[in-house]
Write a protein that binds this ligand. Structure first.
Ligand SMILES: O=C(c1ccc(C(O)(O)C(F)(F)F)s1)N1CCn2c(-c3ccccc3)cnc2C1
Ligand SMILES: [Zn+2]
Length: 413
């Protein structure tokens, strides 16, 4: 790796190889996780001149060995190789390939399930490239070669479990990068924040008994009735990992749809207090943007704004010496994901970002969100006593909470 520059910059990772992963039916209407998502985000970063101001990585595909830090050998061979590379494999290895059938889809394509389509030629290289992008950004940030970074990648990863592809995901990019940081850079504490509107069942599963990786997810749960159904508040980790899994599981459907006020309250009362207390050496973010306005119910339904994603990025940059790596997960409305990605890159570059609208800063969180935050704090309090301090401000708006903290500071003087 090159010597650290005196003023490290924001790194970007993208490669057109990831555009080629597509169902052979070519119907974007039934396959929302399509290459136009990535094409649009990259184009926006170019058009705005933001890409030019960042350090563009020359990314590479993750190796099968790197994938095996999190995934089983059969899983990595099934989804990490394609016809061309299999011809180079010796027959004994080929014989080990699980026969786990790829199913013919109603649309005419092939897939693991109706959502997770498989393109015999292009999916394996694309999925491995996505992992390689996150690994390289994470390592450069850990080494100080870059200040922070954004991986503009697809297919997403946070639903991929050790031995299961699902939910558009084949390999858990952020999980593999985490394991490699632990093994090769002796990083002792890593925080993963997952603000994709869907719970990262894969990431949770992989680190469930690992106290050196704290997985913190904010997601729509609705008592398990929202995809993928995992991520209940009581899932706090197991064994030595107990207390190192935090689920902020929103419920109550869309009465009303959640927005910035709720996400600000979650960040102020749960995410930031725990993150500061854990004091991670690096933060990896499963940055899906499907909590943004513009996502119809099955794929979202909330009204978080691009300005709020920028604010959450800025908040996390206050921790871990600013070593924050965002990796794209979900997000399907092209305008919403372009606006959100643009705002997050501006935050990473320490540019001015769009401010959250006053009405959201003055709005108190809805009743369902207050209940979720109170429940989460009660469950996590034994593991994170620091949560006690701000628990009483859960029902405050951002502005009220700031005033409340200020006059507490004054009275403490
Ligand atoms: O909601 C999901 C998601 C799978 C993966 C999602 C993600 O978390 O956004 C990720 F992984 F892409 F980042 S979101 N699924 C798959 C697609 N789906 C749909 C579809 C909606 C429109 C077209 C096709 C499928 C409804 N409900 C589901 C369940
Ligand atoms: Zn999602």
């Amino acid at each position: 790796l090159s010597a650290s520059p005196h003023r490290p910059n924001t790194g970007l990772a993208f490669d057109s190889l990831m555009l080629k992963h597509a169902c052979k039916c070519g119907n974007n209407a039934i396959h929302p996780e399509h290459s136009g998502r990535l094409q649009s985000v990259w184009a926006r970063l170019i058009e705005t001149g933001l890409a030019r101001r960042c350090d563009k990585l020359r990314p590479r595909k993750a190796t099968i060995e790197e994938l095996q830090t999190c995934h089983t050998e059969p899983h990595t061979l099934l989804f990490g190789t394609n016809l061309a590379s299999r011809q180079k494999m010796d027959s004994s290895k080929l014989a080990e390939l699980p026969v786990k059938a790829l199913v013919r889809l109603p649309c005419g394509g092939l897939g693991v399930d109706s959502d997770t389509t498989w393109n015999e030629l292009h999916t394996a290289p694309a999925a491995r490239m996505a992992v390689g992008c996150v690994i390289d950004l994470a390592f450069k940030a850990a080494l100080g070669d870059i200040k922070n970074g954004f991986a503009i990648v697809r297919p997403p990863g946070h639903h991929a479990e050790a031995n299961q592809a699902m939910g558009f995901c084949f390999f858990n990019s952020i999980a593999v990068a985490c394991r490699l940081l632990q093994q090769r850079q002796a990083v002792r504490r890593i925080l993963i924040v997952d603000w994709d509107v869907h719970h990262g069942n894969g990431t949770q599963q992989i680190f469930y008994d690992d106290r050196s990786v704290l997985y913190l997810s904010i997601h729509r749960h609705d008592e398990g009735n929202f995809f993928p159904g995992t991520g209940a508040p009581g899932e706090c980790g197991a064994g030595s990992g107990l207390g190192y899994n935090v689920n902020i599981a929103w419920s109550g459907g869309l009465q009303p749809p959640l927005g910035d006020a709720e996400y600000l309250a979650a960040f102020r009362t749960v995410v930031m207090p725990i993150a500061r207390d854990y004091a991670p050496e690096i933060i990896l973010v499963s940055a899906g943007f499907d909590a943004a306005s513009g996502h119809p119910a099955p794929l979202g339904g909330y009204n978080v704004t691009p300005a709020c994603f920028a604010y959450m990025t800025q908040q996390l940059m206050q921790i871990a010496d600013g070593k924050v790596i965002l990796s794209l997960e979900g997000g399907y409305d092209l305008t919403a994901i372009c606006d959100s990605a643009e705002e997050c890159v501006r935050a990473l570059l320490e540019d001015d970002v769009t401010p959250i609208v006053q009405s959201e800063l003055h709005r108190t969180p809805c009743q369902n969100a207050i209940k979720t935050l109170q429940k989460t704090i009660a469950i996590q309090l034994p593991h994170w006593p620091v949560l006690k301090k701000l628990a009483h401000t859960v029902s405050c708006s951002a502005v009220e909470a700031t005033l409340c903290e200020e006059n507490e500071t004054v009275s403490a003087m």
